[in-house]
Design a protein around this ligand. Structure first.
Ligand code: PRT
Ligand code: MG
Length: 222
């Protein structure tokens, strides 16, 4: 194989550390691919796999769509929450992998009368990392909100008077309970999807197709 052919065959998969990496391992295995390096113990950001032509890059969860959009990665795995904020431009989203499942909810401090606050038509202050999703949710309800963009620890905001409510991801509910918060509205169910660079899908179809097929048949059924 000459250099140009080899480059054309090379695939890069973008993943984030933690739950997405862990939940993607069985899918890779179904495609006959094992990781050589482990991101939890290695500081490497480019990880080799048992397939010499497939490398995994480890990036922040919110950066996965950006790497795939620009073709720095051919494909990746990202949460619906992250994809909605990104907008999905330049991305083909063929498969819901049903991994890293959680829900997007509105939560307030226990005792805060959310239904009344919403009915009164007062402006609600909402802290969140998911500004697009929150804006659309409250617009659909016809509720006026002031959105406060945060990058983490949303649960703190109502406790210190930064906001009346938060929009955040919930899985066990343990974080909300530990901070005296309660879910008052379910916005959507969230899971992670496979995303593919649109140009790579055409140019590297032969290389990608068997991996996508294996992911699809191994994906947790909805
Ligand atoms: O952590 P970091 O700031 O690097 O980035 P990230 O939070 O975007 O990444 P990561 O790896 O934590 O999450 C990646 C994806 O996993 C998200 O984009 C979601 O699609 C999905 N996911 C599934 C979750 C959760 N479950 C989840 N529980 N992402 C975050 N959480 C957080 C939530 O924000 C809250 O703080 O966990 C806390 C609530 O958990 P419970 O179990 O206490 O309810
Ligand atoms: Mg996190």
């Amino acid at each position: 194989m000459n250099q140009a052919d080899r480059e054309n065959q090379q695939l890069v998969l973008a993943l984030s550390k933690g739950r997405i990496f862990e939940d993607t391992l069985p899918l890779l295995k179904a495609a006959g691919i094992e990781m050589v390096d482990n991101p939890e113990s290695s500081r490497k950001l480019i990880l080799e796999t048992s397939d010499p032509l497939l490398r995994v890059v480890i990036v922040r969860a919110t950066d996965v769509p950006t790497y795939v959009q620009y073709g720095a990665a051919d494909f990746g795995v990202a949460g619906k929450d992250v994809l909605l904020e990104h907008g999905g431009e330049g991305l083909y989203q063929p498969i819901d992998l049903n991994i890293a499942q959680c829900r997007m909810s509105v939560a307030v401090q226990k005792g805060f009368d959310y239904q009344n606050a919403v009915r009164q038509g007062a402006r609600l202050r909402v802290a969140t990392k998911f500004v697009q999703t929150a804006r659309e949710h409250f617009a659909r309800k016809g509720v006026h909100v002031d959105l406060i963009k945060l990058y983490g620890s949303m649960e703190l905001a109502p406790l210190v008077g930064l906001s009346d409510a938060i929009v955040d991801l919930v899985s066990t509910g343990g974080t909300l309970r530990a901070n005296n918060l309660e879910e008052v509205e379910h916005i959507m169910d969230v899971s992670s999807r496979l995303i593919v660079n649109q140009a790579a899908l055409k140019m590297k179809r032969e290389r990608l197709a068997p991996i996508l097929a294996a992911f699809e048949s191994a994906a947790v059924k909805g």
